[in-house]
Structure formats: structure tokens, C-alpha cells
Design a protein around this ligand. Sequence first.
Ligand code: SF4
Ligand code: FES
Length: 364
Amino acid sequence: MIKLTIDNISVEVEPGTTILQAARMVGGDVAPPAMCFYTKLKGSGGKCRTCLVEVAKGSTADPRPMPKLVASCRTTVMEGMEVKNITSPKVLDARKGVVEFLLINHPLDCPVCDQAGECHLQDLGYEHGAEATRYEFKRRTFEKHDLGKYIQLHMTRCILCYRCVFTADQVTDKRQHGILSRGDHSEIATYIEKSLDNDFIGNVIDVCPVGALTDRTFRFKNRVWFTKPVEAHRNCDKCCGKVTLWQRGEEVLRVTGRKDQWGEVNEWICNTCRFETKKTSDWTIEGPTKVSRHSVISQGHYETMVKPNETFSAVHGGRNPKLLMDIHSVSEVNTPGVDLSLIQGPATSDDFVTNSKVLNPSKP
Ligand code: SF4
Ligand code: FES
């Protein structure tokens, strides 16, 4: 075993372990953020530079510090190494610079982006971003593309992390997309607009750290923090059949792979489980997904909910209100007859009750 310290915390790991994996064993803030590395994908990492750390002492045999910050996902540990992550001002400054670079072309459309609430770039921007950009030039933009009937590519949001390319290469039997062109012309593309219809291609949505690849069956259906994630399984002859269902009431709005605390899927799931089995009755529910308190998703998560005291009567000297307005009946948006997961495209007011009549529950 190899002994090293990360942010002054000692840890012992197997030879060949990377600094990032060693830091994840310590856990918490000591683990650097990672936008391109993905444990399950061979060859991933080394692209985004968000995982930079300072190596203040190379090893017991050669105690010289490493001259530059290094990508922790691609640097293996050495005996006696001393690594600094959050204890290094240099690292924090460099990470701020990396975020600024990533945000040069990435639009700040979190209010309408489906990835908001589970976007690694959003977290990174929140933790390390500057208040304003210094970039004054025209930003790179692309048209949106439908990659087959299930996936939409919004290339403008892509940070070129290569995860989806590695996923298609290693999880499906035929990769039909890749990164074309160079420099700021680089883009994820299928070249002649081939649709990606392999059985496991839906996994590119789960690995995309931003909202560049989104699930067309879920786009604009809901904000992730309004949904309730539950663990469920079904007998599937193509994949493990173990998934997370994202429900609103009894309705299944989205199906994804189960993710670990680093946001990486535990097991790949097939397109049938992900896109075609969207009824609660298709699944055996195991129970609520454990969601970190750190995540905005935990706000709709009731596993350990304690019912709060009745605030109104508490502040009103024990008296109940004389009149309460039920905004649900007034706003007309919580119509049980409208199945959000069956609406094609974004839900609009046409999909809800107008003049007490359900107009169009499944818009063409
Ligand atoms: S589309 Fe997403 S997963 Fe693919 S390279 Fe871009 S950011 Fe990475
Ligand atoms: S996670 Fe290490 S360079 Fe991207």
C-alpha cells in the first residue's frame, strides 16, 4: 500500500491509484471536482482541467514539488506524496480560471435547461466562478439537433469532455458520433446526421456533465427538484434493469441509471428501460433514493421528513386563519387528468385546463 497526504489528511491506497481516486476515498471537499473523468470509461480524464491539484512533495524518494499543478485524474500516487487541493490558494485560483474558460462559450441558460439542479458545471460555477466574465467576443453557437427519437444535442452547451464519445465506443456496439473539427470549431456530431439508435446509447445522457445531451422524452417536462427520485427495478433481458425513477405524484417523468455520490452511474441501462417503460406499473419500487442534503434535489425528498408545526397559528396566537385561498384550484396547473410524461415537447398552457375543460392532454 502507498501512503500519502491530501490536504494534510493521511490515506493509504493501492499502487496505481490516481490522486483523484485517493481523494475520493477521503471524501467531502477534499475530492477535486471532475468534469471529464468517469470511473467506468477507459481513457477518460485529462481534458477539462477542473481536477487540478498541487503536489507540494513528489514522493519520499524525490521530495521536490511538481513544478505545475497536475490533473489529479491522470496522475498516480507516490509513496510520501503531499497533495494540496482546497488548502492550496494556487489550486483555487486555477480552478476559477478553468471555470471562466468553460463558461466562455457555455450559455447561462440554467433557468430553462433540463440539467439545472444536477449540472456539474452549475455546481462548479457556484463554488468557483467569478461574478462576471471578461470575455468580450461573439460566443460560439450551434443549432440544436435531434439525434434520433430519444436524444437532443444542444452543442452550444457542450464542454467537449468526450464522455459521450467514450460511452458510445465502450458501451454500445457501434459508435456513430464523435468530435469533429479542431479548436473552437470542434463539435460533437454524427456528420451526416445519423441517428444514434443503439440499445445503450441513452447512457450518453447520464454521463454528460452539462445539459448538452438531453432526454427528448423528458425535455421541459419538469424541474428536477420538483420530482421525487425512487429506486426501482424490472426484469430486463438487455440490462440490469436497476434504475432511478423520477416521479411527480404517481407519474414517471424520467428514468435514469442509478448514480453514486460522484454523479457517476453504477450500471448502464438500456433504451427500453430508459425511454419505453414509463408507467409505475412497469416497475417494482424499492424505496426512495438517498439524496445528499447538499443537492437541490433533496428539497422534494421526503424520506426523513418531519412535518413542521403549523406556522400560521403559531405566529397568530393559536388562532387559525379565517380565509385561505387554494392556489391549486385557482392556477389550474395541477390537473390530475394531464399526464406530463405523455405531452410531446414542452408543456404549455394549452395542455392544462382552460375554462374548466381539459383541452389537449397529448399535444401532437
Ligand atoms: S455532449 Fe456532453 S458528454 Fe458529450 S462531450 Fe459534450 S459535454 Fe461531454
Ligand atoms: S477530470 Fe481531470 S482533467 Fe477533467
